[in-house]
Design a protein around this ligand. Structure first.
Ligand code: RIB
Ligand code: CA
Length: 327
């Protein structure tokens, strides 16, 4: 039985690849897409999602508008239009079919809450943008976290440093207070953090771009130009390979074996505004301290147990990405 999943996205290029892959994946049933600001402004992100769903032939899936900014005090970040384009699709939408989607009657936090509450323990969440929508749900409904089957977050970094800020990955840096709420919530099982530690390893290579250019699948035809635009600046820290962060997270939700190295460790977010503002802080001491004390380590306030992705099955990621592009 495919697992019902809600995808929370900020409408960028790697988001488009992740959404398209999830729509085709037999293990997953995408029951809603919720949209948040981040890579681009909220209206542009909605339009970008509408273009992806229209091109993929899934205009039946409800799409809900979410937060247009952070829910708390956050760093001023340069808009990521130089990586994702003004349209979130690498400025490639001129002449393409118009966006089309079923816009939900309620805002994103309400839709997420309703769908998970209706089917407790059944619905998975995949977040591939800032955590503002999920932070809002947790503020409104503190018991919500226990109703979610599993949560996979593309965001953060345990050892790899930051991309948006020296110590902070973009999805966390855009809204540290929301990410801090998500980090410390009482989830039914430890969520999976798919951060820069794995997304800088599991990358697209030249061979993927050759395949994309051959337009052998509808996904390749749609994603070819956006990914080429994205590669120019998105690859600065991984050159010559190209990250596709959100695609790794989508695959990890469906196939946990993609991230074989994912120890459960306490994790929190620095929302205090210092040099490490927006960093995910992972307590690697925890297993040693637990052995020493013969019990689970006391967790400091704000820390929650997370599966921290540290190593990916890179070949598997590359094979699955190639399959999406028709290889
Ligand atoms: O840091 C990578 C993340 O930030 C990805 O989700 C990308 O789409 C941007 O939102
Ligand atoms: Ca994203």
């Amino acid at each position: 039985m495919p697992r019902p999943v809600i995808i929370d996205t900020d409408g960028g290029v790697d988001d488009a690849a992740a959404i398209w892959w999830a729509l085709l994946e037999p293990e997953l049933d995408v029951i809603a897409v919720t949209v948040v600001w981040g890579n681009i402004a909220l209206d542009a992100a909605m339009t970008s999602v509408g273009r992806v769903l229209a091109a993929a032939g899934r205009t039946d899936i409800p799409v809900a508008r979410g937060a247009a900014g952070p829910i708390g005090v956050a760093p001023e970040l340069r808009p990521a239009t130089f990586i994702h384009g003004e349209d979130g699709l690498g400025n490639t939408t001129e002449g393409r079919p118009a966006p089309a989607m079923t816009v939900a009657a309620v805002p994103a936090p309400a839709l997420i809450r309703r769908l998970c509450r209706e089917r407790p323990g059944e619905v998975s969440l995949l977040t591939i943008g800032p955590l503002s929508n999920l932070g809002r749900v947790l503020t409104d409904d503190p018991g919500f976290a226990a109703t979610v089957r599993e949560l996979v977050v593309m965001g953060g970094s345990a050892r790899a440093g930051g991309n948006a800020l020296p110590a902070a990955e973009a999805n966390v840096a855009h809204d540290p207070p929301a990410a801090a709420l998500v980090a410390g919530a009482a989830w039914a099982q430890p969520p999976l953090l798919v951060g820069l530690d794995v997304t800088r390893e599991a990358t697209l290579t030249d061979a993927h771009f050759v395949l994309l250019g051959e337009h052998r699948s509808a996904a390749a035809e749609f994603l070819d130009a956006p990914l080429r635009f994205y590669r120019q600046f998105g690859s600065v820290l991984t050159a010559p390979d190209c990250p596709c962060h959100d695609l790794v997270a989508a695959m990890a939700l469906a196939h946990p074996a993609l991230i074989p190295d994912a120890p459960v460790l306490p994790m929190a977010v620095d929302a205090a505004g210092g040099p490490a503002w927006g960093a995910t802080v992972v307590d690697f001491r925890a297993p040693a301290v637990a052995r020493l004390r013969g019990a689970e380590q006391d967790r400091a306030p704000g820390f929650g147990p997370w599966r921290i992705g540290l190593g990916a099955d890179v070949e598997r990621f590359r094979r699955q990405a190639a399959a999406l592009f028709g290889g």
